[in-house]
Design a protein around this ligand. Structure first.
Ligand SMILES: Nc1ncnc2c1ncn2[C@@H]1O[C@H](COP(=O)(O)OP(=O)(O)OP(=O)(O)O)[C@@H](O)[C@H]1O
Length: 609
């Protein structure tokens, strides 16, 4: 029931089963921290709760009204507070029904409003928190997992707030109310019902769960066979080349057999379940009616009372049956809350999510010094990635970092961008330690052209403007021209409005790099980090990119992470890293002069290639 109502709000249905958490006083205390997000909307929330209470009570009155109708029709009038004419009772019933409809409307609308608004607040805060968390946080987690916290976990919380809690409360009121009313109508019959109903409902719930588990197993197996189809179709060339059609057909077939086996096993249990429901659950009702009829025939009970009684019994049974599902939803929501709180309680970087705080307050000319920097990634403390690294780049100089794969070149770049901080030693900008600047100031004045340029889904114009959000059209076009990108951009029919990224036009590696260069040109940083692409471009593309890079490097400090030594001959300084240690430094000629040096060896290798 609760799940069906979940579609009322944006949470919708979850694709995956979320793990359940144990409900302890600690976990409840933790989860209650989320209540602060409901606080701004508490008036509506409590009004909704009140209406829920009213509508549950009104719901409880219907069996009594129905019973009275029957009794009055038979000429008996037991409850003196009710009118003794059929018309009056009928009209009264309809008025109550109308009230019930009215109250239910507001209850649903208010609960959904409160949940949607508070959930949007939680979503917003979680997202803001996520994007300001330090890089190290992301190193230890998969993007998919974080994504699911924002979608599945928050939807679960939303479902619980909008429906599960309300439903639990409603069922609780109905159950307690019904039992009290049952007792008022007939104590004897009530005791008889309470003696058997909980057992039957409990058994039905456990059995139902078992069957659901079986059908999930069958679904999983079916999904497995779908994976086989997907894999073979994707790799159809391989299947054919290895003449493995028979093997794949066999694999698919045996999987299907298992699907059938599980499904048939499930069907047997389902049959047993159906018989059980018919026999026990309906049997119990027949039993109640039978015993009730005996009481009626002995004049111990009125027919109308028996009718009310049966209806209340159904209410109690349904409420009992709904609790396990509702409870497991709450368990999932508590697990989800704890995972979301884990993110909300992380310490973010000191960056603002407000555009207005983004102005540069302390200018950097571009002097960069690494002074005895030692660094290991927080996630892998046993591996020292940089050891006593020292070098200096004066404003406007070009410094190249070379070295074998894994020697720490990209790590050096990450440290300049303050993605991580050295455990000892200092990084200085214009002679002042990095921590005397705000993070925003440093990152606003350092630009990186990465190896793999990521374009966001959007137009080329938007992608270039990512370097300076407030750039004018003229500035964007000027940057694209300087980056040798204007020509190819205008060759597309939609020009700067061409949509790129996952759903748009695919750009070549060289074109993407030129967009990234235009982006960096717009940003106009004092310090530029160039992470040279490892995959080589064709010579024309290479020339265009190289020209654009030359333009970009003019008048600023450039740190070039070089894979091809040919491109760094002109560098003012070359730093050779090996296993995180600076083993050589100097310009191209000086380093070539070192007969036993790694640089000379590497350049000989590349030259031979
Ligand atoms: N996020 C990270 N967490 C833990 N260890 C990392 C992380 N990134 C890199 N490392 C490790 O740090 C060392 C240096 O890596 P880095 O990427 O700086 O080398 P590189 O010289 O840039 O290599 P390449 O030329 O292959 O890009 C490697 O041993 C790598 O495994």
């Amino acid at each position: 029931m609760a799940r069906g109502r979940g579609s009322l709000n944006s949470g919708g249905k979850q694709g995956e089963e979320l793990p359940k958490a144990k409900i302890t006083s600690q976990s409840l205390k933790n989860s209650s921290k989320l209540l602060k997000y409901i606080k701004p909307y508490r008036l509506k929330f409590f009004a909704g709760l009140f209406f829920l209470f009213i509508s549950s009570l009104v719901g409880l009155s219907f069996p009594a009204i129905l019973g009275s109708l029957i009794d009055v029709a038979q000429g008996t009038h037991k409850y003196k507070f009710l009118p003794d004419s059929l018309t009056a009772i009928g009209i009264g019933g309809f008025i109550l029904l109308f009230c019930q409809a009215f109250v239910s409307f507001f209850r649903v609308v208010w609960f959904v409003q409160v949940a949607e608004r508070s959930l949007a607040d939680i979503r917003r805060e979680t997202y803001f928190k996520l994007i300001t968390l330090p890089m190290n946080f992301f190193a230890n987690r998969r993007v998919g997992e974080l994504n699911s916290r924002i979608s599945a976990d928050l939807s679960q919380i939303q479902d619980t707030l909008t429906t599960t809690l309300a439903e639990m409360l409603r069922q609780l009121i109905i159950m307690i109310g019904s039992i009290i009313l049952l007792a008022i109508v007939s104590i004897k019959l009530t005791l008889a019902v309470l003696a058997i109903l909980p057992f039957i409902v409990g058994f039905a719930v456990i059995f139902g769960r078992f069957i659901r588990k079986l059908s999930r197993q069958a679904q999983d197996k079916l999904a497995e066979s779908n994976t086989i189809v997907e894999e073979t179709l994707q790799g159809i060339a391989n299947v054919k080349a290895f003449v493995n059609e028979a093997f794949e057909a066999g694999r698919y077939n045996s999987n299907l057999q298992e699907v059938i086996k599980i499904a048939v096993k499930g069907a047997k249990f389902r049959g047993v379940f159906a018989s059980f429901i018919v026999f026990c659950l309906f049997g119990a009702f027949v039993g109640v009616i039978w015993y009730g009829s005996v009481l009626v025939s002995h004049k111990e009970m009125l027919v109308g009372d028996l009718t009310s009684f049966i209806m209340y019994t159904i209410f109690v049974g349904a409420a009992m049956g709904s609790f396990p599902d509702l409870y497991s939803n709450v368990q999932k929501a508590i697990g989800a809350t704890e995972r979301v709180l884990e993110i909300l309680e992380e310490k973010g970087e000191d960056v603002s999510i407000h555009e207005s705080d983004n102005e540069i307050k302390q200018r950097v000319d571009g002097n960069l010094i690494f002074d005895n920097v030692n660094f290991h990634y927080p996630s892998r403390p046993e591996i020292e990635v940089l050891k006593d690294v020292s070098f200096e780049a004066k404003a406007g100089q070009r410094v190249a970092i070379v070295g074998p794969s894994g020697s720490g070149k990209s790590t050096t770049a990450a440290l300049i961008l303050q993605f991580y901080h050295p455990q000892s030693g200092t990084i200085l900008f214009d002679g002042k330690p990095a921590d005397s600047y705000s993070l925003t100031d440093i990152r606003n004045q350092v630009a990186i052209v990465p190896q793999d340029v990521l374009l966001f889904g959007g137009t080329i114009r938007e992608n270039i403007a990512y370097g300076k959000l407030k750039a004018t059209e003229e500035e964007i076009v000027a940057a694209a021209k300087r980056a040798n990108a204007h020509q190819f951009v205008t060759s597309f029919p939609e020009g700067y409005d061409t949509v790129v990224g996952e759903r748009g036009v695919k750009l070549s590696g060289g074109q993407r790099q030129r967009i990234a260069i235009a982006r960096a040109l717009l940003k106009n940083p004092s310090i530029l980090i160039l992470d040279e692409a490892t995959s080589s471009l064709d010579s024309e593309s290479e020339r265009l990119v190289q020209e654009a890079l030359e333009e970009l490097m003019k008048n600023r400090t450039s740190v070039i992470i070089a894979h091809r030594l040919s491109t760094i001959r002109e560098a003012d300084k070359i730093i050779v890293l090996e296993k995180g240690i600076v083993i050589e430094s100097g310009n191209h000629e000086e380093l070539l002069g070192n007969e036993k040096g790694l640089y000379r060896y590497l350049s000989q290798l590349q030259f031979e290639v």
